[in-house]
Design a binder for this molecule. Structure first.
Ligand SMILES: C[S@@+](CC[C@H](N)C(=O)[O-])C[C@H]1O[C@@H](n2cnc3c(N)ncnc32)[C@H](O)[C@@H]1O
Length: 562
């Protein structure tokens, strides 16, 4: 590491050069004292510990480390030495200066952290890695970071944000038994690209602890973060993590005991760790008793059709009339988007209404001998360059979209509140803005009639938050393989409560139409779970609270600009 040789930096110059945009591009947001001192106190156990901060910024962690080491040593004579890496020279200069003012010596190397060869010599690595999303984390920065993670045996996809590789590379600097104390975005718990990082932590550390916050602790960045406290490097694996909850950064001083949480698969999403055990228990029990199962038991969920140009291939009735296209060259279509799938069924009457509102309810699908009207439209498409789109270029003829059979149920994949299942009564085809659920022969009749209704229960809603993922704008996205494991009432339970469900159908439909999802869910809960004594109302309140908390967290995460 580079020595401390700089003169005190001129702070005003540093600030002037470092605009908010420049800082954002390298993920520079600085950590509040309550967090740096909490992590330093946890991570540093002796004045002789060797401490590294991999993205030191202006030494928020290194100064906390020096203060901690001075308390552990003889403050009168002891001058702690700490190590850092920072890519931004002016920040490194500030870092050295601040550490000196705190009574220590900082060896801050000005370098890209991924260019630093790891030597496993540190007792602890602490810090707040830069958070740059994959679309900003590009070029050699990303290539180098992925290569570093891979050298540690962790393959990261191109979708990974910067913190993922930082976490893995940081651990490579630990000696056996060392401790990693990092501030990480809460997406560590949920995003698919972080799965190898989650597994890495369980595989390599003897103890993994997470601290979650009820409220935002980064006012500037509006970030939702977790603290990772991983202890006993190379003494793993562990099969559980301890989850502790703080109200905010000041709550770290009086943190209550945590709860033990053991995921079935450490690479799976850790969002389950956010759900208190009393809220998880009903689903566990209902599954064990056979009252709940996965959506895949009912049928297969698949991606919808990709046209290569919805503006050309999907047509409103008015457009069809204008073009003079015959019916035989059209297929009935659930219009692009999913705003119309908020009720229990998509009927032909609804499609007609959508059509009169100008929605595209037909797919252009000419046969081998296109009509003159279709030929003219194809020619117009060619002139407009529709056939240049990749999906069109790779198929013959370019203007015929490969069809999928009409699905039994449609599943909305991007959701502000919760994923919805709708019976495709109209037998309309669907595009990739929704997923199709193809029920098995055995469950088709029951599923088409009652599964969308039965799925509107509190347990299924909570589980959607656990299997899905937060997307831009706080939207809950669900992919087919996530939908496969989404908890649903079992065919046996739905069959046994079929009459009760039929009796509430109209009331539930009215609530949905009025946009009162949670009121609709209460009616379904009563008919499906409470009245037949599958669950009691008090435990469902826990389930509803947990679901509301997860939904709140995903909305908060969406506001992050870190
Ligand atoms: C979130 S800030 C944290 C700063 C400080 N550790 C704190 O907690 O206040 C991230 C820091 O990482 C630095 N950084 C970004 N990319 C880096 C890289 N590839 N190597 C080293 N430092 C980097 C940024 O300049 C910024 O100072």
């Amino acid at each position: 590491m580079m020595g401390d040789v700089s003169a005190p930096p001129v702070m005003a110059d540093v600030a002037a050069a470092d605009t908010p945009d420049v800082r954002k591009a390298r993920g520079a947001f600085f950590t509040p004292d309550a967090i740096t001192s909490f992590i330093a106190q946890w991570a540093i156990r002796s004045a002789a510990d060797r401490v590294l901060e991999p993205s030191a910024g202006d030494a928020a962690f290194l100064t906390a480390a020096v203060e901690r080491m001075r308390r552990l040593g003889d403050a009168a004579v002891f001058v702690p030495e700490v190590h850092g890496v920072e890519i931004h020279e002016p920040s490194a200069a500030v870092a050295r200066h601040r550490v000196r003012e705190a009574g220590g010596i900082a060896h801050v190397e000005v370098k890209d952290f991924f260019d630093v060869q790891p030597a496993p010599t540190y007792s602890t690595v602490i810090g707040n890695p830069p958070y740059v999303r994959y679309h900003g984390w590009v070029g050699t920065a990303r290539t180098k970071s992925r290569a570093a993670a891979l050298r540690a045996g962790v393959p990261l996809s191109g979708l990974a944000s910067s913190w993922a590789a930082f976490t893995v590379h940081s651990a490579q600097f630990l000696r056996d038994g060392g401790r990693l104390g990092l501030v990480l975005p809460a997406e560590l718990l949920s995003v698919n690209y972080a799965a190898p990082v989650r597994r890495f932590l369980f595989d390599h550390f003897a103890r993994v602890e997470l601290v979650l916050f009820d409220s935002q602790v980064f006012p500037e960045a509006e970030a939702d973060v977790v603290l990772l406290l991983a202890d006993g490097y190379n003494h793993g694996p562990t099969d559980h993590a301890v989850i502790r909850q703080a109200v905010d950064a000041s709550g770290l001083a009086t943190l209550a005991d945590g709860q033990r949480w053991a995921p079935l698969d450490p690479a799976g999403k850790w969002t389950g760790s956010l759900v208190p055990p009393p809220a998880i228990e009903p689903l566990r029990r209902l599954r064990e008793e056979g009252a709940f199962t996965n959506l895949q038991t009912w049928g297969e969920t698949t991606l919808g059709m990709v046209t290569g140009g919805n503006h050309f291939f999907t047509l409103s009735p008015a457009k069809v009339a204008e073009l003079g296209l015959p019916r035989g060259e059209l297929r009935r279509l659930s219009p692009p988007g999913s705003a119309h799938l908020r009720g229990l069924t998509l009927s032909t009457a609804m499609l007609r209404r959508l059509g009169t509102e100008g929605k595209a309810t037909s797919l252009f699908y000419p046969g081998d001998q296109p009509s003159p009207a279709a030929r003219a439209y194809i020619e117009a498409g060619h002139k407009a360059g529709v056939d240049d789109a990749y999906k069109c270029r790779v198929r013959r003829p370019w203007y015929r979209v490969p069809l999928l059979p009409a699905a039994d149920l449609l599943l909305t994949c991007m959701n502000a509140d919760t994923p919805r299942l709708t019976t495709n009564q109209a037998r309309a085809l669907h595009l990739n803005s929704v997923h199709g659920v193809y029920l098995s022969d055995e469950h088709r009749e029951l599923g088409r009639e009652l599964l969308p209704l039965a799925s509107l229960n509190s347990v299924t809603l909570l589980n959607a938050e656990m299997v899905g993922r937060a997307y831009g704008g706080g939207v809950l996205k669900i992919e087919p393989r996530e939908a496969d494991v989404w908890a649903m009432p079992s065919p046996a339970l739905v069959a046994s409560q079929a009459d009760a469900l039929r009796a509430i159908r109209a009331a539930v439909a009215r609530k949905l139409q009025a946009g009162q999802l949670l009121e609709a869910v209460e009616i379904v809960d009563r008919a499906l779970l409470v009245n037949p004594h599958q669950a009691d109302a008090a435990e469902l309140v826990q389930v509803q609270r947990a679901r509301a908390e997860l939904a709140r967290r995903r909305m908060v995460r969406s506001q992050r600009v870190r």
